[in-house]
Design a protein around this ligand. Structure first.
Ligand code: 1DX
Length: 183
């Protein structure tokens, strides 16, 4: 994944805990990268090792860390150079979710190593939708819970999200029921 992701993990830990805790996490993860470059691609394994090590050092589950990271990502990218892109992607939670594939397509033009996930909204009602999530990566569904909650905060919208399908023999992709209400 692009370094922006690892940098976001670093900033989340440093702002919520401390630089020293971050150093411990990096050491435990055996990650010897001094500074992550946002626009450089790194092996996914580095990100996974950081999440695992953070879970040990902070005594949180990997799922909890990934969910917190998803929430953090929405505001982090908005303030780290991608605010305009986020602003263009919708004024409401459902609109933003419907535009996510376009957003990733735009990023992918400049950053060809992007492996963008795909999001599809079905069964759209006044206050609910079904979110289908497809990714070349595995194990990231806890992050989706956080990302959608982060979007709820961004749009001042109350959200409940539950996973209704998990990608396995039966289901072709992960699915989430999103219930929302703008304040
Ligand atoms: F609900 O499933 C709200 O590296 C959401 O595979 C979900 O392949 C917002 F560094 C610049 C750059 C670069 C901008 F400069 C990414 F290149 C992307 C900014 C998306 C904002 C996807 C990150 C692929 C890296 C799912 C989890 C990964 C999507 C991460 C969240 C808005 C983003 O993001 C998976 C990669 C951006 C950029 C957004 C993502 C890669 C999301 C969301 N994804 C890189």
């Amino acid at each position: 994944m692009y370094g922006l992701v690892n940098k976001a993990i670093q900033d989340m830990v440093c702002s919520g805990y401390s630089e020293q805790i971050w150093k411990q996490i990096k050491h435990k993860a055996e990650v010897n990268v001094d500074v992550f470059l946002s626009m450089e691609s790194y092996p996914d394994d580095i990100t996974h090792r950081l999440v695992k090590a953070a879970s040990v050092i902070l005594s949180l589950s990997s799922a909890e860390i990934m969910q917190a990271f998803g929430e953090f990502w929405v505001q982090y990218t908005a303030q780290e150079g991608y605010g305009e892109m986020m602003d263009m992607s919708g004024d409401t939670l459902p609109e933003f979710l419907e535009n996510l594939d376009n957003l990733h397509a735009r990023v992918g033009v400049s950053f060809p190593k992007l492996q963008p996930p795909s999001f599809e909204c079905t069964d759209m009602e006044e206050n609910s939708l079904n979110l289908h999530y497809r990714s070349s990566r595995e194990g990231l569904s806890p992050m989706i819970l956080g990302l959608v909650k982060g979007l709820g905060a961004r749009f001042d919208t109350k959200v409940e999200i539950t996973q209704t399908q998990t990608r396995d023999e039966d289901a072709e992709c992960d699915e989430f029921l999103v219930i929302y209400k703008p304040n």
